[in-house]
Design a protein around this ligand. Sequence first.
Ligand code: NCD
Length: 330
Amino acid sequence: MAYSKMVEKAQKPLKAKVSLLEGEDILTASQFNREQLSVIMNSAAYYEKALAKKKILRDMDGKIMAALFFEPSTRTRLSFETAMHRLGGSVVTVAESAKAQTSSTAKGESLHDSITAVDKYVDIIVVRSPIKGAAEIAANAAEHPVINAGDGAGQHPTQALLDIYTILKEKGTLNGLTIAVVGDLKYGRAPHSLVELLSLYDCNFIFISPKELVMPKDITEKLLSKGLKVEETDNLLKAAEKADVLYITRVQKERFSTAEEYERVKDSYVVDDSIVEKGKGGMLILHPLPRVNEIAVSVDKCPGAAYFRQAGNGVFIRMALLTLITGNLL
Ligand code: NCD
């Protein structure tokens, strides 16, 4: 299986390669080039192999990461924290919600001020916010590297990196694939970042969504201008017949202005056993999680259902990012 081969072959990246990312903030998927992506993928595989061999790693020894999550998170936050702990570093944090009474955000402090202060305490800052563009504000306020862990309906670059790592492991390549992206393509930051990253490779795209939730025009036009094939449809079954990868996302309830608007579209697409049966052979099913109703639980046992393996890969990708951008990959 491609999985073990890629990880088995992983070597420690050369110093010259590591420096390609040193000092960078991670704000948007469009900031990367192919060479940087290859360094990140190799470094993640190198860490995956090291953990599989039960190595004790100290690359971030003495370093502190701030996890500032002003919006709910389970996987992203815990995998960043796990990554830091696995590397011998430590984590400081505030409660999950901006409304929580434990941080100064609840007192009306601006993100800029919070970050300017936190930057004096730590070596690296991970920030999630309901506001598009928040990570950029944080990066402008901080001297230390900032990682965008999701900015409203904007971008989620670290999710996209673990998504392509998963595709590479499971399919052995990113080229020549038909990628079907289903669900809330308007507000979903995970699909926004994913297709931006994949646009560096030779992929065909099929976007499946209700008409209210289509992919933003600027993103689709960017793909087309690169000569990539993009098909937009509302027919999930037809798309599944052609898809090497079926990437399904939750309708982003928190971004709707009224409950009625959300109710109208919330269960538009469900991947069930019949979609898997009629879908292309070997189709990989991905989901950034959390799942609401988009994938029937019975699908979990299919060999192509990779969403929990995908979540597991988040730790390796985040270990790679933490060490690469701080220059601590030993
Ligand atoms: C995604 C997010 O927060 O954008 N989840 C995640 O980070 N794993 C997707 C979602 O919430 O639907």
